[in-house]
Structures are given as structure tokens and as C-alpha cells.
Design a protein around this ligand. Sequence first.
Ligand SMILES: [Fe+2]
Length: 257
Amino acid sequence: MTRKDSALTLLQISDTHLHAAADSRMRGVTTYATLLSVLAHAQRDPRWPVDAILATGDIVQDESRAGYERFREALEPLGVPVYSIPGNHDDPKLMSEILSSGSFHLGGELRHGRWSVVLLSTFLAGEDAGGLGPARLQGLRKALAAHAGQHVLVAMHHHPLPMGSAWLDGVALRDAAAFWSVIDAHAGVRAVLCGHVHQAADRTRNNVRFMSTPSTCAQFLPGNDFFALDDRPPGMRWIKLHDDGTIETEVSWVPRA
Ligand SMILES: [Fe+2]
């Protein structure tokens, strides 16, 4: 497929929650089957193929090697680079063993034309909430300084803005204020992208677009103070980053069979 312009096209998938067993169910769905349904749906979309897939955490639910291997086996045949970051349910050590070779990358950066995509780990061992801490904040500062003059998209697992759902906001990014103070100091940051919240959001804070993306499995009911499931189907987000800094994005949902 020839590209019409030099835009960077991405597909974000998030919160796949795979298990060691392919037929394991979680919150009413077989998570491996719903991941396959998302990938099949994506490949039928005119925006396919993308330049890269961003997998924004909670790749497995049970911290199992077999879950990561199944994720790799499902995505490898697509022939597209896959950039992953850990979520609270992940095991970063297993991810670095299984998802950081060949076309698979763990964290790091993706550069294309005028855009840089910075992948940021918010993983805290033993916690459902996320955090950066001084070392990661300093790494972010350095990365953004190195990309001065570029448009930047920052991708992370935990949400750095409240979703208006008390239970979810209790497991958000803890040092969100420190995170935003770094972002606010770098004019090139155009957008912040997250997973974790199993729902779509798209708003703007100080000229920076903030987007969250549905899970490839079950969704959470937006605006609910207690845990509740939404009946929306598996979803994904398409992102097209244009040279002039503009962002075209859309969430698509897998139609029910
Ligand atoms: Fe999560």
C-alpha cells in the first residue's frame, strides 16, 4: 500500500488481559478470542496497514509467560512493529524477555518525520495505581528536551487525568501533577494517550489532547463511582499523526456477531 502523505499511522490496542490458557474468560468474555476479533476487524479497515501498533498495557492478566507468548503469536504475523508498555497486571521482566526482540519493542521511542512517540512506563510493583517517580520524570524531561522542535505523543498505561469514576480514579497515575508540570514545560507535546480505563475519552488540557482507549476485552461503565461493566464491545483506536502536528483519531468497536 502506498502512503498518500508522510503521516504516521498507529493502531492502539489496550488491556488485552490474556491468560495462560487460550479459553480463559474474564468479566464475561474470552479475552484471547476478543483480541483476535479486534485484529481481524482492524485488518478489514481501509486504514490498515498501520506503521505501528501501540499496546498500552495489561497485556496479560495472570503474569504468565504463555499469555505473552500468545500475544506475540497473535500479532507477529501482521508484519507491523509492536510497541508495548506495562500495565499494573503485567510482569515487566517477562515482557522484556518475550516482547522486546524482532518487530517487538518494550517502551522506548518511535520517530517518524516530525513526530516522536514516547512510551512511558507507569508500572509500580504490587500496585494497581501507577506512578512515575523522580527517575522516570527525569527520563521524560530528557526525552522531551531531545525532541525539541518535534511534535510529541506520550503513551502510557495509567490515566493522568480524572475519569470521573471514583473507583478508577483511585488507581490512576499518582504523581499526575508532577507529570503535567513536565508536559507543560514542553510546547511540542501534542497528545497524551492511555489505556487502563477500559473506555474512550478525548478531551483537551492546556492545548494537549488527552485520549483513553477501550479495552480489546470488556469495558467499564463511564462515570460510575463503583466498579461496573459497560455492555460496549471490544474496541481499538486509530491515530494518524500529520506533519503539521494535527491528529486524526477515531475509536472503532467490533460489531457484535
Ligand atoms: Fe490497568
